[in-house]
Design a protein around this ligand. Structure first.
Ligand code: COA
Length: 260
């Protein structure tokens, strides 16, 4: 598939996706969702893609939400489908068993905030502004915002943000758990790439197993989660990488992981 609303860059060991409608503040339209879905499938199939970074093209926005012009045409039935389609794409991105990192380079509103929340880790530019302003339009978040924001920031904060539609700055986002760290606007992408490169030196099968276990914590009961973790732990103990990692420690050298 050729992409017209995203830029897909395969770099050494990771993929960088830029949401690319800067004149519309990277608003998420159907075409962009289709392209993100295709990109996520492509990453799933590419064993050499060991992390994903998502950011926005241009200087102002990660994504300022679903495309309001497109959304305006919705009615009750099509609105449900619109929400389900976007939700599925976001879940596909969230369920990738590699680290997915958002570099929030400006507005992350509505669907943009929801896309950021699908990412496993969020780094924000000091200029980032986040929020769920859907009530201003007479709708509610439709791509998981009511669910993921509640899990991330707690019920009262989710109520406050979603009911008021207020935007918060990067400092507040960090304080409530929406951003892991804040970097200067200019350094955001470089710092994000630096972080991802750090992970690329770790055992790739262990990284994936850890991602899967952490994601499972949202779905499983505590006992099921612990059992799932023990199974995954056992699997990692059966890998060549585990032998290499422990031997490298004992031999006081750097491990040379092969993802086997
Ligand atoms: N959908 C479609 N187009 C959007 C958009 C969206 N969610 N957000 C911004 N745009 C477009 C604007 O219509 C404008 O296009 P135009 O130049 O053709 O008129 C362009 O992006 C620039 O936006 P503009 O509003 O002029 O920038 P600003 O700096 O004055 O304001 C925002 C920035 C983010 C505060 C403002 O664009 C905004 O409130 N956007 C909508 C946010 C929202 O409600 N998201 C939830 C959607 S469900």
């Amino acid at each position: 598939m050729d992409y017209s609303t995203i830029i897909y860059e395969k770099r050494e060991g990771f993929v960088l996706i830029k949401l690319n409608r800067p004149d519309k503040l990277n608003a998420l339209n159907t075409q962009m969702f289709n392209e993100l879905d295709d990109a996520a499938r492509r990453i799933e199939l590419d064993e050499s893609a060991r992390a994903l970074i998502i950011t926005g093209a241009g200087d102002k926005a990660f994504a300022a939400g679903a495309d309001i012009r497109e959304l305006h045409e919705s009615h009750a039935r099509s609105g449900k489908l619109f929400s389900e389609h976007g939700s599925k794409v976001m879940a596909r991105i969230e369920q990738l068993s590699i680290p997915v990192v958002a570099a929030i380079n400006g507005f992350a509103l509505g669907g943009g905030c929801e896309l950021a929340m699908c990412c496993h880790i969020r780094f924000a530019s000091a200029k980032a502004k986040m929020g769920q302003p859907e009530v201003n339009l007479g709708i509610i978040p439709g791509y998981g915002g009511t669910q993921r924001l509640t899990r991330l920031a707690g019920r009262a904060k989710a109520m406050e943000l979603i009911l008021s539609g207020n935007m918060i700055d990067a400092e507040e986002a960090k304080r409530i758990g929406l951003a892991n760290a804040i970097f200067s606007h200019e350094e955001l992408l470089d710092k994000t790439i630096e972080f991802v490169k750090l992970i690329l030196f770790k055992g790739p099968l262990a990284v994936s197993a850890a991602v899967e276990c952490i994601l499972a914590a949202d779905e499983l009961s505590p006992a099921e989660g612990l059992a799932f973790e023990s199974r995954k732990f056992g699997q990692t103990c059966g890998t060549e990488d585990f032998k290499e990692g422990t031997l490298a420690f004992l031999e006081k050298r750097k491990a040379d992981f092969k993802a086997k």
